[in-house]
Design a protein. Structure first.
Length: 523
């Protein structure tokens, strides 16, 4: 191909990468705004978009001084590094423990950016033509620090974080996620390094390096979904529609830019400014439509939870008063036993309603916890005793493997809800004559609770979605028609507030499942 065609191909790939990176930044921010990892990853993609856009404009600029000014936006590489570290630490749930490392990366990035803005010649010298580019980078005396920080410090640290998380995790699901994230990080940084060869006059064409955002868009979005940055069921259909729409709009923008002079030759009164206006309007319209649709889904779910929990309050209060009045009457002992059962069931419903309201309120950070030192082994035994009647009615075998006196700091009522949810699910989804195995043990510095059943099992494709709000498998809906698909979601939020983890394992439909959660222990 001629140099002109190479430049056109390079520009098209760079513009596509910019559009994809901007779309991913918006997509991740709007869907993962309640997750630190989602916000940080969206900032990473925004930084990539800034770099890619400044690069493609700079290499096509005739004036070397203007090109050099545009290339100075390469300083966004420092924010790529710091936000990427933040996102991965949040992903492996180490962001609080390693907050000083996050602060170090942000401060270091900020210092580099300020120093190079004050003394730009230390970062880049005046641009010169290279290969088929009108202008290309000429590194300053300390430009190598950019590569050292991004590829010599950040990349090895990210690899270390993910490998350590892999070996520290006791969840096979999480371990597979960490390996996947490691693969994406290594490939992404490798492809992103390619344009740097020509910076130092090594004649390797940077063309494929500029396609890294487009090439990695699918695996990154997939990883974000698997890591539960947002609700898969609600967003999956939207993601497909948005991807098609953004691709079409991006293609139109690129086409307008490259056919600008041709359009002017056909339509004398057409101005290049019209291309800029049309491109800007299309981008704004797409952004508004995406934002409105995503917000609509969030508001509907919020209103549903708020309404239904308030509706529960009145009948539950009525049941409580009625049982208290019955208790005061002169009734047979058998009747008192049934009344006590109604009171206990009503108390559980009240507790669930409170937790639903707290889940709704957590959107506004009103999810208050009261942690106290508690023997979680004793708490598990207490819950088992309260559910003994249900286990007996279902004729379910029960095996307990419980290590005594494991102490944790926890909100007792909420952890009790999680334990109860696990065991009740096992009871509901295990047929008569089945077996439930309940374990509580200390592994390293964590209390690990698990409930294994011989019930309906879970399809492996549905395992990553099992803790989503309102999500229920087909088998679960058939077996228990009254379930809401909210208990496991609330449970996971509770465990996360205790700096713990929750996961599930199953060999498939009809092969049972094992639910786990772990929280830190204390002496």
């Amino acid at each position: 191909m001629s140099p002109e065609l190479y430049l056109i191909l390079h520009n098209v790939l760079s513009i596509i990468s910019t559009i994809v990176a901007l779309a991913m930044a918006l997509f991740l921010f709007m869907n993962g705004q309640k997750k630190i990892s989602g916000r940080a990853l969206s900032l990473t993609m925004l930084s990539i978009a800034i770099f890619s856009l400044s690069h493609v404009i700079g290499v096509n600029t005739q004036d070397p001084k203007v090109a050099t000014i545009l290339f100075m936006f390469n300083l966004s590489m420092f924010t790529i590094a710091s936000t990427n570290v933040h996102a991965i630490l949040a992903l492996v749930e180490e962001d609080i423990k390693k907050r000083w490392m996050i602060i170090f990366f942000y401060i270091t990035s900020f210092v580099f950016i300020i120093v190079f803005l004050i003394s730009p010649n230390l970062f880049l010298l005046s641009s010169v033509p290279k290969m088929y580019f009108t202008n290309y980078y000429v590194p300053g005396q300390f430009n190598w620090m950019r590569l050292a920080f991004l590829f010599g410090i950040t990349l090895p640290y990210l690899i270390y974080i993910l490998i350590k998380a892999y070996y520290d995790s006791i969840s096979e699901v999480d371990r597979r996620h960490y390996i996947y994230a490691l693969f994406v990080i290594i490939i992404g940084y490798f492809i992103g390094f390619i344009p740097n060869f020509l910076v130092y006059d090594i004649a390797i064409d940077p063309i494929w390096g500029m396609s890294f955002a487009a090439l990695l868009s699918i695996p990154l979005i997939y990883a974000a979904i698997r890591y539960e940055l947002f609700n898969v069921r609600v967003v999956a259909k939207q993601a497909f529609s948005y991807s098609i729409g953004i691709t079409i709009i991006g293609g139109i923008i690129i086409l307008f830019n490259y056919l600008d002079s041709w359009i002017i030759s056909l339509i004398p009164f057409y101005s290049s400014k019209a291309t800029i206006i049309i491109s800007s309007l299309l981008t704004v319209i797409v952004g508004i439509l995406v934002w409105k649709n995503l917000r609509k889904g969030d508001l509907l779910r919020y209103e549903f939870i708020t309404t239904i929990t308030h509706k529960f309050r009145t009948p539950l209060t009525g049941i409580k008063w009625a049982t208290e009045n019955l208790t005061a009457m002169d009734l047979p002992d058998a009747a008192f036993e049934q009344i006590e059962y109604i009171k206990n069931s009503n108390s559980k419903l009240v507790e669930l309603t409170d937790l639903l309201m707290n889940t709704s309120s957590s959107e506004k950070n009103l999810f208050n916890y009261v942690p106290v030192k508690n023997n979680i082994s004793g708490e598990v035994e207490h819950v088992i005793q309260s559910l003994a009647r249900q286990i007996q009615i279902r004729k379910t075998g029960l095996i307990k493997e419980m290590e005594p006196d494991i102490f944790v700091m926890c909100d007792v009522a909420r952890i009790r809800f999680v334990i109860q949810s696990f065991i009740e699910n096992a009871i509901h989804y295990t047929k008569e004559g089945g077996t439930i195995i309940i374990k509580i043990k200390k592994v390293k510095n964590e209390a690990v609770f698990s409930v294994k059943d011989t019930g309906i099992g879970i399809d492996k494709a549905e395992l990553p979605m099992i803790f989503e709000k309102f999500y229920r498998t087909n088998e679960a809906r058939t077996t228990d028609t009254e379930g809401m698909g909210i208990g496991l979601f609330i449970s996971k939020e509770i465990v996360k507030h205790h700096k713990g983890k929750m996961w599930v394992e199953s060999d498939g439909i009809g092969k049972g499942s094992t639910f786990y959660f772990s929280i830190p222990t204390i002496k």
